[in-house]
Ligand binder design. Sequence first.
Ligand SMILES: [Zn+2]
Ligand SMILES: [Zn+2]
Length: 414
Amino acid sequence: MVEIQSFAADFHIHSKYSAATSSQMDVATIAAQARLKGLDLVGTGDAFHPSWLRSLREELVEVAEGTFEHQRYRTRFILTAEVEDRNRVHHVIILPSFSAVESLREELAKHSQDIDGDGRAHVELGAEEIAELVVAHQGLIGPSHAFTPWTSVYKEFDSLRDCYGDRIDAVSFLELGLSADTDMADRIAELADLTFLSNSDAHSPWPDKLGREFNRLGLAEPTYEEVVKAIKRRDGRRVLLNVGFDPRLGKYHVTACSRCFKQFPMDVAVRLKWKCDDCFGWIKKGVLDRVNELADYPEPRHPPHRPGYLRIAPLAEVIGLATGEDPHSPGVKAEWEGLVTRFGDEISVLVDASPEQLSEATNPRIVEVIKAFRAGTLRVIPGGGGRYGHLEIGTEVAKKLPPKPQRKLTEFVA
Ligand SMILES: [Zn+2]
Ligand SMILES: [Zn+2]
């Protein structure tokens, strides 16, 4: 009997070669940050980009079939990419080997103008044809951020079958995206048999991005072969838990203007013909309203195989809320590193550590805000139109908070 253990995996990121990404999305930085974040396995993203592929070959060592390791940080990688199809629908692809990547890349390049230029290539093929090619290369495919209003399967189609046609059987997972969770997606009957993935789609390596959503997988070991089994739910391997944003924190949760971010109820957006009445920008349909349109059930009906969904927020944001600092400031970064180093990873701090343990490690205000986060008493200001939602302390919680700590120069000198 093999022993199944839990491993944290984030399959969808972008390298510095994708549009609008951080120049620090290089292999070593991702490997180092993944370690701090508590990720065991990371999808390489952008595997079809020639320069990124060269970096992966140079900097990673193959430790098992389709499984690569960064020797310094011991972070493991599997080969993944995202492509945009003819209908501007995005798909996540997972592949077994460099040779499969190269061969599939050659096929896709016949239909792509930018596969050498952009890590997330646009391919002039339909989803059905792309799925066909992926299957021929022994890969896995599923829709990315399935409900978002610009580039997802459900912005374009009312069902997966309409998108993938006769290759619907090739689809083995669906990525929920930051603005949706399992409760929302399981209101749609056709998704019952699919494995849901919660991935970060990170464009920068910092802890509020990389691994901001991830999957806990039950595997015998962190390898490509085991990951495939988990996604297909075979031999006792499976996704144990989806860990992701409170969907209200996603940037497309509610219907809102994509220019000024004013939020609208659906009927008002329809009446305005999707033009903002303040700034005349386009109103984008929120994931919540889109799911309501597609839903077969008023309440979620989770199939027996469906794992739980743990709602989280980036710890750096929670710390910043407590200290009144920007989540990217040196003060927050120092607190974040202190806590993560002490408790092992971000989730342990945010979810598992007892208040007593936290009190020994950090200041009382941060402890109180983490407790409020766990209790669900922080205010959530929902995102929409492309702007992320955010947390606020709210008056009730504020009354109970100890005063903000004064940062003294001596703290840093000592
Ligand atoms: Zn995408
Ligand atoms: Zn507007």
